[in-house]
Ligand binder design. Structure first.
Ligand code: BV8
Length: 251
């Protein structure tokens, strides 16, 4: 399959850009074998809707079920490797003076790929925190099937350190993401269905502030009609082509 052709205007703009921001969603980890958030779940989890499991109420009702879901996702991610899409963003960070990577993903694959300026809007699968007093804790959550982990400070239940539906995003991280979106000359929305707020507001914030907004997704999304360029393809194919055609290298 021939390499996708990146619009000349985008290449030109990227070469001279000082400030670039990128928003990623589950789609950028799809080529690492990590199922996307809304992809049909398999096995035991096929009977559950992720949006119903990723809530405080689900945890209150059945903490073991919710922990087992997160532990099964951890196991999937441990077996996964960053893919060429992740690696292309590491190269883009090297080329841009003021680069911000904003991710909705909780899989930690951007950091494993070598990205540094990362804002994890929705937390991280491999961190835990206290469900009662919100004390941050370091020790890893339990192996699957063990008794439920308790907070060493207050004895309450530990929970995955992710943002569930109905919960506020970390205010400092969201503020930094909004600032990056407002200041970006080029803003990418990559591998996200643009359905979950407030993350889905960020590309529109960038557009309103005058940025060139570029979407990379094999499917159209509610954002597609508004963007400057819609590159219809897989992140692991389009991003390496963009790096090669902009800076003449293979990421
Ligand atoms: C909030 C962590 C203020 C957990 C996640 C009612 C009550 C309360 C809130 C709401 C409500 N109604 C609406 C809301 C707001 C709600 C929301 O937006 N709901 C949506 C569903 C309408 N948002 C919230 O609740 C947020 N908090 O608003 O607080 C508040 C508080 C109280 C009351 C009111 C307001 C918190 C949202 C955070 C939820 N946590 N994750 C966990 O992961 O377990 S979100 C979850 O969805 C993941 O993080 C995921 O990243 C994210 C977004 O999904 P995507 O990443 O886009 O993934 P998806 O599968 O959808 O799409 C994948 C895309 O990739 C597809 O487009 C596909 O085409 C593409 N793709 C596939 N392959 C590739 C590819 N692209 C490129 N390359 C490929 N190879």
């Amino acid at each position: 399959m021939s390499e996708p052709r990146i619009p000349a205007e985008l290449i030109h703009r990227l070469r001279s850009a000082r400030r670039v921001a990128v928003l990623t969603g589950a789609g950028i980890s799809a080529e690492s074998g990590v199922p996307t958030f809304r992809e049909a779940q398999t096995g035991l989890w096929a009977q559950y809707n992720p949006e119903e499991l990723a809530t405080p109420d689900a945890f209150r009702r059945n903490p073991q079920l919710v922990w087992d879901w997160y532990l099964s996702r951890q196991e999937r991610v441990r077996l996964a490797e960053p893919n060429p899409g992740h690696l292309a963003l590491v190269e883009m960070e090297r080329r841009i003076a003021d680069f911000t990577l904003i991710t909705q993903n909780v899989d930690g694959l951007h950091r494993r790929a070598g990205s540094h300026q990362i804002l994890e809007l929705h937390g991280n699968l491999f961190r835990a925190k206290c469900f009662s007093e919100d004390c941050p804790v370091e020790n890893p959550p339990p192996e699957s099937g063990e008794i439920l982990p308790r907070c060493p400070q207050c004895g309450g239940l530990l929970r995955p350190d992710v943002v569930w539906f109905g919960e506020m995003l970390p205010a400092n991280i969201l503020r930094a993401a909004e600032k990056a979106a407002t200041q970006a000359e080029v803003f990418f929305s990559i591998g996200t269905s643009a359905l979950v707020y407030p993350a889905a507001d960020l590309p529109l914030t960038a557009l309103t502030a005058g940025a060139m907004v570029v979407e990379i997704n094999p499917q159209p999304t509610p954002l597609s009609p508004h963007v400057t360029f819609s590159l219809n393809g897989a992140a692991g194919v389009v991003l390496p082509a963009l790096i090669a055609q902009t800076w003449g290298i293979v990421a």
